[in-house]
Write a protein that binds this ligand. Structure first.
Ligand code: HEC
Ligand code: HEC
Length: 206
């Protein structure tokens, strides 16, 4: 409870969890207009021709360390694209690739991947049971019961096990590759086995 109160305090004080940019406003306006949305998703499909080499044709990655983008909240995707572009989030592949995208393409790509379905993956049943317990205790209050997230919190349901393990470990250890105070607090008590169990639970969620 105490950590949660502190976490909310940090979120309010820094506003760092989410940048309300003109691009985010434009994304919202498109989402509110069904015809514009359909058009943007089609344009995003075309504009993502290079991204699918790693992230998979419909945003389901076949490379373990590369995250699924399918079903992810478009506002979250757009914010991560912005962070790679500004260098706030670091990755040798992503930082270079994002720089060549125009603003409208970023929005269209976020809408395209966000609109794709996520088939759940197989997982180890023993790990799933333990992971469910931990997730319910430590993560549900932000990521949601079904782990579908929202505009500021990523979807975790159906995500790749190795990607979840790598990401959570980085937040916990504060490696500087990806910093978020809310996630650092939420993961500080996790052991490596706990992280593996949670990742198994998440990957098999629809
Ligand atoms: C060479 C492989 C590769 C290509 C091509 C690639 N990505 Fe990525 N992408 C990655 C990897 C690896 C990560 C995970 C980085 C990390 O561990 O933080 C990532 C992460 C992301 C994320 C963050 C997802 C999340 O859940 O936080 C977004 C958004 C993204 N990529 C969008 C794109 C877009 C848009 C393109 C096309 C312009 C693209 N990627 C092309 C490898 C790639
Ligand atoms: C206080 C709210 C909060 C709690 C509790 C929380 N998270 Fe998060 N989580 C976030 C936010 C906000 C982000 C996005 C941070 C960013 O932009 O880097 C995030 C990001 C993530 C990511 C990266 C996803 C991606 O697509 O890259 C993973 C994995 C994750 N959380 C797992 C967990 C797990 C597992 C727990 C429980 C141990 C947890 N979170 C608890 C708020 C929270």
């Amino acid at each position: 409870m105490r950590a949660w109160i502190i976490a909310v305090g940090i979120m309010v004080a820094s506003g760092a969890a989410f940048a309300q940019t003109p691009a985010q406003d434009k994304l919202k306006a498109i989402q509110a207009d069904p015809a514009a949305l359909k058009q943007a998703i089609e344009a995003g499909h075309k504009a993502s021709f290079f991204c699918v080499n790693c992230h998979g044709d419909s945003g389901i990655s076949k490379i373990p360390e590369v995250p699924n983008l399918a079903g992810q909240n478009p506002a979250y995707l757009l914010e991560q694209i912005r962070k790679f572009g500004s260098g706030e989030r670091k990755d040798q592949f992503m930082q270079g690739l994002i720089k060549v995208l125009k603003d409208d393409e970023r929005i269209q790509i976020a809408l395209f991947f966000g609109s794709q379905a996520v088939p759940p993956s197989k997982a180890d049943p023993v790990q799933v049971a333990r992971g469910k317990e931990l997730f319910t205790k430590l993560c549900v209050r932000c990521h949601g019961e079904s782990a579908h997230g929202d505009a500021t919190i990523p979807r975790l349901a159906g995500q790749q096990i190795p990607y979840v393990v790598t990401s959570v470990t980085r937040y916990r250890d504060g490696t500087g590759i990806r910093n978020n105070q809310l996630m650092a607090i939420a993961t500080s008590t996790l052991k490596n086995e706990d992280i593996k169990a949670i990742a198994n639970y998440l990957t098999q969620l629809p």
